[in-house]
Design a protein around this ligand. Structure first.
Ligand code: DX5
Ligand code: ZN
Length: 218
């Protein structure tokens, strides 16, 4: 199944509640929540109080993308405030397996992600234990960047690595996804699609429906 995960980083924060309701009603199944610490990435986005506050708006799956150093420090807190999937960066964790295990102990789904410069082979030790793998298709840190074309090959090799192991793990993509390239990304083997600008710039409900149409055909 293909899933759309609108990234609220591109939302209009003075209308955040309404924007979440709009994408939820328009059929998005996940909500992508980008947490940045100003260390792992240059920007700082938002943290616990915001997530806690928006949790009450809807039952939509909170797909939390941690762009923070040493993520194990905060896994419990994100679980407690309502994250459903917690994805952390391989590059930011001293012991990635420990982070995965901690997320599972807390009863949540664990995702692992890599930046565009990290080899997909580095994921091999964790393929068996994660619920989702996020291939960053831009350098993490900012919304509105252009999709890196080399990502197609990375998605294809990861899907092959999973198929070879008879795993049907979700592959998420994040960064620069548009109405024009989403079909190619699905064809390459991704099935969870993050979209920030492509959803929230303009009519969020309408953009969600347009993207969902392509996801449902793919
Ligand atoms: C970037 C974030 C993305 C970002 C995507 O570091 O992880 O989730 O919001 O934004 P777009 O879809 O505009 O590239
Ligand atoms: Zn993200």
């Amino acid at each position: 199944m293909n899933i759309l995960s609108p990234s609220i980083l591109a939302a209009d924060f003075k209308n955040l509640g309404q924007q979440i309701t709009d994408v939820d009603n328009a059929g998005a199944k996940y909500l992508h929540v980008d947490v940045m610490d100003g260390m792992f990435v240059p920007s700082i986005s938002f943290g616990m109080p915001v997530i806690k506050s928006i949790r009450s708006i809807s039952d939509i799956v909170f797909d939390v993308h941690l762009m923070i150093m040493d993520p194990i420090r905060y896994v419990k807190e994100f679980a407690e405030i309502g994250a459903d999937i917690i994805t952390f960066h391989l590059e930011a964790a001293e012991d990635p397996q420990a982070v995965i295990d901690r997320i599972h102990e807390l009863g949540k789904k664990a995702g692992i992600t890599i930046k565009p410069g990290t080899a997909v082979e580095e994921l091999i030790p964790f393929l068996d234990s994660v619920d989702m793998i996020l291939i960053m298709t831009v350098e993490p840190g900012f919304g509105g960047q252009a999709f890196i074309p080399e990502s197609y090959d990375r998605i294809r090799s990861l899907r092959k690595m999973l198929n070879d192991r008879e795993l049907s793990t979700d592959i998420e993509v994040d960064g620069g996804i548009t109405i024009d390239n989403v079909k190619s990304v699905l064809d390459a083997g991704a099935n969870v699609i993050v979209a920030g600008s492509a959803v929230f710039i303009g009519d969020a409900a309408g953009n969600t429906r347009e993207l969902m149409k392509i996801l449902n055909e793919g």
